[in-house]
Structure formats: C-alpha cells, structure tokens
Design a protein around this ligand. Structure first.
Ligand SMILES: Nc1ncnc2c1ncn2[C@@H]1O[C@H](COP(=O)(O)OP(=O)(O)OP(=O)(O)O)[C@@H](O)[C@H]1O
Length: 317
C-alpha cells in the first residue's frame, strides 16, 4: 500500500506539486500520468524520501520510506535508469546491491534472467548499455529484494515495442500476485494497457483519478457552474464521485439527474449539464499535453540525489 496525503513541493515561488493525494492498493497497477513537467518525478521522489515535501506526507506499507528498516526488501524503486554506476558491469552492479541489501547472490543471476539480460550483457560495463538495457538492469535492481511494492518512473523509456510488451507482462504478473505497482508515464497509451487505476496530474495538481475503465469510458456527467467550488462542495456532500476537476468543469461518475439534483439542493446555478463524451480522459489528457507545463521553474542550485536502481538515502536539502 502506498499512501500519498496532501503532498506539496515548492521551489521558491514555483509549486511543482500542489496538494496531491492518492492511494495505491495491493494487487493493482496505478498509472501516474501527466505531461512533461507535471510533477510526477517530484512526487515519486517525495514518496521515496529523496526530496523533502514542503507539506503533506507519504507512506509505503504504513511507514515513511526513510523509516523502513530495509527499504530494498519492501519497495523496489527505479527513478532514473541512466543514473547507474557506468564503470561496473551489470552483474557487478547487482552484486554490490545484493550484498548491501543482504540478499543471496544467487538472486543476482535469477533477476538478470528475469529481466532478459543474458550472460554476455551482464559482463558488459553499464556505460556500454543502451537506455533499454539500463531500464532492464534498473528493474532487476528494483526486484532484487523481492519487494511487495514497485515504484517506477517512466520505465518504458528506451525500450523497444517488444520490451514494452514484456515489461507490461511483468508488472501485471507482479500485481496479480498481490504486489502494488506505481508507474509513471507521460503516455496515456503506455499505462492504459497495464494499469487498473489512473492518477492524472497536470501543473502539479491531480486533475483526475479513479478506475481506468471508468475514466476512459467517459461515462458520467459533465457539469459546470459559475461557482465551481460551490458545485464541488455540493457534489462532495451528496456523496457523488468527482473523477476530474479542471477549469473546463467537472466530470462526475453519476447520472445527470443526480448531479442536477445535488446542485439544486445546494442552490448552485449550473451553466452546463450533459452526459460526458466518450474518451473523456483522452480529451483531458490531450488538453493538458497541449498546454504543457503551466508554470516555469527556476532551477535550484543545490541539486538533489538521483535514484537509479539504488535509491540513496542522502538528501541535498
Ligand atoms: N530541483 C528543482 N528545482 C526547481 N524546479 C524543479 C526542480 N525539480 C523539478 N522542478 C520543477 O517542478 C516541476 C515538476 O517537475 P517534475 O520533474 O516532477 O515533472 P515530471 O512530471 O516528472 O516531468 P518530466 O517527465 O519532464 O520529468 C517542473 O516545472 C520542474 O521544472
């Protein structure tokens, strides 16, 4: 179980992540979806204790990541496949990690096999690896301690279509055996094929979340009011499930009649009430992507640690 509660990260005046909350349950793959700069990596780094939140908290298995006694055996993390020790061979990199984690060395061979790095590849230095091979090595590292939770940032980057298909199968199988997977991507199609649930982030804020099928079917009602906050309060207090909340209105997982009644009961005047279009999520995602990052950030000078297969416990700030 991963719990993210009201996480916020500010860099100076720029809000990279703004009050983000969601939960990932065992047995599910959660796709964390958003265009470049939306705040995905920053959120994942806060979950993994690499970036301190400005506000809010995240736990994995009920504890903050930094308080897990042996994190590698509970959470497999792959945040940046290119940040691996270039001078080591693939096998050496995994062996060092296995020794650090207290994992049997036999597991190194087993995990190399699992991710499709053969003996020749395992003998090559990481600097000679393609990005796809680094992703595979990073995944082997994440799986090394047989964790129950996987947190992966854009793991399909650099993989060829066969590799993407293979990774989907691996993640699906991991979740079907009771594992929890949180998987970020900027491509809807990439997570659509494997995720059970989606959390969509744009400009640092969660703009939609829920079961993938519900979000993609576009089932429900699109509603707008001049006072959208009052409308949101009315729908929440009527117990209606708001699946997305953007400047263009709300998408509610309920019949139009129930939505209209809730608004009327609260005295909120509507400007729009209609059945949602199919492909509502796709439209939402396209509009986020078209807009790009809503704000620009000033880079910080401190630089934070990167996480490849080996999530570091250092913190630069
Ligand atoms: N160390 C930092 N200092 C200042 N701004 C930052 C820092 N790290 C991230 N940001 C800003 O925070 C916002 C969110 O970045 P983040 O990397 O989390 O997005 P993302 O969704 O993972 O996108 P991408 O896939 O492009 O990495 C961006 O505007 C980014 O420029």
């Amino acid at each position: 179980m991963i719990s993210v509660d009201h996480l916020t990260k500010r860099y100076g005046r720029h809000i990279a992540v703004d009050d983000v909350s969601f939960h990932c349950r065992p047995g599910t793959v959660t796709g964390f979806l958003g265009p470049n700069g939306a705040g995905k990596s920053t959120t994942l780094r806060m979950i993994c204790g690499l970036t301190p939140p400005t506000a809010g908290a995240a736990t994995v298995g009920g504890q903050p990541y930094r308080q897990l006694p042996n994190p590698g055996q509970e959470v497999g993390v792959l945040l940046d496949a290119s940040a691996q020790h270039a001078g080591r061979t693939g096998r050496e990199a995994l062996t060092v990690a296995a020794d650090t984690m207290g994992v049997e060395r036999d597991e190194v061979t087993a995990k190399l096999d699992l991710v499709g790095l053969d003996a020749t590849a395992a003998r090559r230095r990481v600097r000679a690896y393609s990005l796809g091979m680094r992703q595979r090595l990073g995944l082997a590292h994440a799986l090394l301690g047989d964790p129950r939770v996987l947190i992966l940032d854009e793991p399909a980057n650099g993989l060829d279509p066969e590799g993407i298909f293979w990774m989907r199968g691996l993640l699906r199988d991991f979740a079907d055996r009771g594992g929890t997977v949180l998987l970020s991507s900027h491509l809807l199609r990439e997570v659509e094929a494997v995720a059970d649930r989606l959390v969509v982030i744009g400009g640092g804020r969660v703009v939609a979340q829920g079961d993938k099928d519900d979000l993609l079917s576009g089932a429900g009602t699109r509603v707008q009011a001049r006072n959208q906050q009052a409308l949101r309060r009315a729908l929440d207090s009527a117990g209606l499930d708001v699946v997305s909340d953007t400047d263009g209105g709300l998408l509610v997982h309920a019949e139009a009649e129930a939505v209209g009644q809730a608004a009327a009961d609260a005295g909120v005047a509507l400007t729009e009430l209609r059945p949602a279009d199919t492909g509502g999520l796709e439209q939402l995602f396209l509009s986020l992507t078209a807009g790009g990052p809503t704000t620009t950030a000033e880079p910080t000078t401190s630089g934070e640690p990167t996480a490849a297969g080996e999530p570091t416990r250092e913190d630069a700030r």
